[in-house]
Design a binder for this molecule. Sequence first.
Ligand code: GDG
Length: 490
Amino acid sequence: MTIDGPRLVAVSNRLPIKIVKDREGWHVQPGAGGLVTALAPVLKNRRGIWIGWSGGSEEAVLSELLAQASKMSGYDLYPVFLSADEVHGYYYGFSNEIIWPLFHDLQTRCNFCPAYWYEYLRVNRKFAEVISRTIGPEDFIWIHDYHLFSCASFLRDIGVENKIGFFLHIPFPPLDIFVKLPWRSQVIEALLKYDLIGFQTRRDRRHFLDCVHRFFPEIRLLGRGTIVRLDTGDREIRVGTFPISIDFASFEADAGSKQVADCAWFLHEKLPDRQVILGIDRLDYTKGIPERFRSFRLALKRYPELCTKVSLVQVVVPSREEVGEYRRLKAEIEQLVGAINGEFTTSGWIPIHYLYKSLSRRDLLAYYRLAEIALVTPLKDGMNLVCKEYCACNLEGNGVLILSEFAGAAAQLKNGAVLVNPYDEEGVSEAIYNSFCMDVEERKRRMLKMRNQIRRRDIFWWVNTFLQAAFSRDLAAFQEVEEDYEGFFY
Ligand code: GDG
């Protein structure tokens, strides 16, 4: 891509940087993660812009730091400043206490407080104002995730006519669950102000289209395949599925480095003669960590030959610790680790190794490399990148992926993973035992399929496909029903 075309304006809740303070003062570090890696080259080539909440730093400190960060990253960063009240209502409230649980099918965890909705709208308007002050008439605006449903609606009110795309990183719930949202038709109406709406899987898109039909039955659905169109009478909206992915080549290359290999060897040495089962998750009730521990406990009970022959290494990355619910989840996890270890530990063997921290990239990759089995059992997940990263780092090709059928990734990895229902303790415990016993040929056959799939559909493919879907005049290339999106109940 050249800089002659329209600029790309990425918008997300947070800017892709970390602001840290040490004894010498404030510093800015580039953000990590797949989205930054994927968007950074496009943003650089197109003199792009990233707009997002600065994360609570003081305005005066921030402008200097952002100038530095923009220079470092090769594209411009524009902050949206939010007050403590705005963060409370828009982020902790509406986004995290309503949309997050509801869209993961956990409606009983929702706190449908009306004040949250009004604060959410105010902050979305604030984002729209910053965007409208920053963009040029040709720029393509790409808004990310559930914090910003209403942004396009406010941009249209201000008179912005640019093409605007939206990508939802989390699942979209079935109609029966979505209708519990007191502001259900307003959210659908707001989404219909975008030109392109992207979902992770066909399942999510189908749920969204059901909701459109329920609230706006006059809107016609046109086409088939990866991109369909909604005809509102005066405009067309494209709606597509774009399973997000990882930078496969960089994970594969880094996993093969000497530092990672040495670290993996050192860590496995401490767990001799046994298969390592790995769980890596942010602290979140959607990730199914207590359910996983209960299944593991049942596996140890039902299949005593697993004792001393497997160790579950569970990394929990601290997240949203300010929220009471998350603190309670942490306590529940720690209580279960204590109970299971208390029940099964024997001299020289501990069943669960529990790490409550964020790992360095080297250590993360080393754990991916050394684990014989990955246990990825979210109750529901938009995609889940951990399982894709595990496969990319499994250079020997003999690891087994046990994957929740409710993770978006299951639609793409169903032919290689051992799929489980995370609510089914008996089923998961059996899957653990079967994976432990699986012979090398079958392991390799399954892993090869998954690695090929992730390599082919990597994060760069994801960005390009989304941008093509936004700009192509002719959607013929998207009409094909791709096999790797289909099947199962997606
Ligand atoms: C949302 C959706 C969707 C984890 N532990 C460490 C660490 N990580 C990194 C992983 C991975 C990322 O965090 C987690 O990504 P997930 O996709 O698994 O989950 P969410 O954070 O919930 O992400 C999800 C995603 O958006 C993208 O669209 O897939 O469904 O919920 O990249 O590597 N990184 C380091 N140390 C750790 O200890 N360095």
